[in-house]
Design a protein around this ligand. Structure first.
Ligand code: ADE
Length: 225
């Protein structure tokens, strides 16, 4: 997968790709991530990327020209499966969307700032609008990172143990069951006997029951889907 991220804050985006799973995915050649600084595409002397709203109102609006130039250049170099705009009024990201999108080849993620982008950008270029939750962030960068991480870990070969993504919370619409590691007893706190029994069929059944119970308690809405 190739991810092109268009942003006014490329520096903010870099470090999450320099560690852990996302770094490994890049090193293995399974993912390419490119940052594009919108200011490099401005044609005005001040290098500004935003301007006042027509009709008045608080907050600056990101202008169409630098975004158009950046997206048009990228599109002239390759085909994109999706051009995504991170925005609180987009479709809320969930695991089902992440699963579907993890097989895409090339995507662009546009990070909004200030009040947002000129509507004509959304009308002309954007194929998908995504929110990471019902709250407002200062910009789309954190959302772009969340989306990238959620997609990258699902790409075959990225996680060393392929099954570990399949047993994540939300796969099958269930939250994960409780997990334990050594020691088997800590200050009188014991790991459930079943997990030490070596009976893997029983362990699987126990995990399924616990996952169901946990989901019923915390996120009953997931069971209605
Ligand atoms: N930009 C600002 N708030 C956002 C959100 N909740 N999701 C995605 N992008 C955003």
């Amino acid at each position: 997968m190739r991810i092109d991220i268009i942003t006014v804050l490329p520096e903010l985006l870099k470090s999450p790709f320099e560690g852990s799973i996302m770094k490994r995915a890049i090193e293995k050649g399974l993912v390419e991530v490119h940052f594009h600084n919108l200011r490099d595409y401005t044609t005005n002397k001040q290098k500004s990327v935003d301007d006042y709203q027509f009709g008045g109102g608080a907050g600056m609006v990101m202008m169409i020209q630098p975004i158009d130039d950046c997206i048009t250049k990228l599109k002239s170099e390759r085909d994109y499966d999706e051009i995504i705009y991170m925005t609180p009024d987009g479709e809320t990201l969930n695991q089902r969307m992440a699963n579907r999108m993890s097989s895409l080849k090339n995507i662009i993620i546009l990070c909004g700032h200030y009040k947002g982008v000129d509507q004509r950008v959304r009308d002309q270029f954007i194929t998908k609008e995504i929110s990471i939750g019902d709250y407002v962030l200062s910009g789309g960068e954190l959302g772009a990172l969340v989306l990238s991480d959620a997609l990258i870990r699902l790409i075959p070969g990225v996680l060393s143990n392929e099954t570990s993504a399949l047993t994540d919370s939300f796969q099958d619409n269930l939250l994960s069951p409780p997990i334990y590691t050594r020691p088997a007893e800590y200050k009188g706190l014991k790991v459930p006997d079943i997990l030490l029994s070596g009976n893997f069929a029983k362990i699987d059944q126990w995990r399924e029951e616990k996952a169901f119970e946990h989901t019923k308690n915390r996120r009953p809405d997931l069971l209605d889907l």
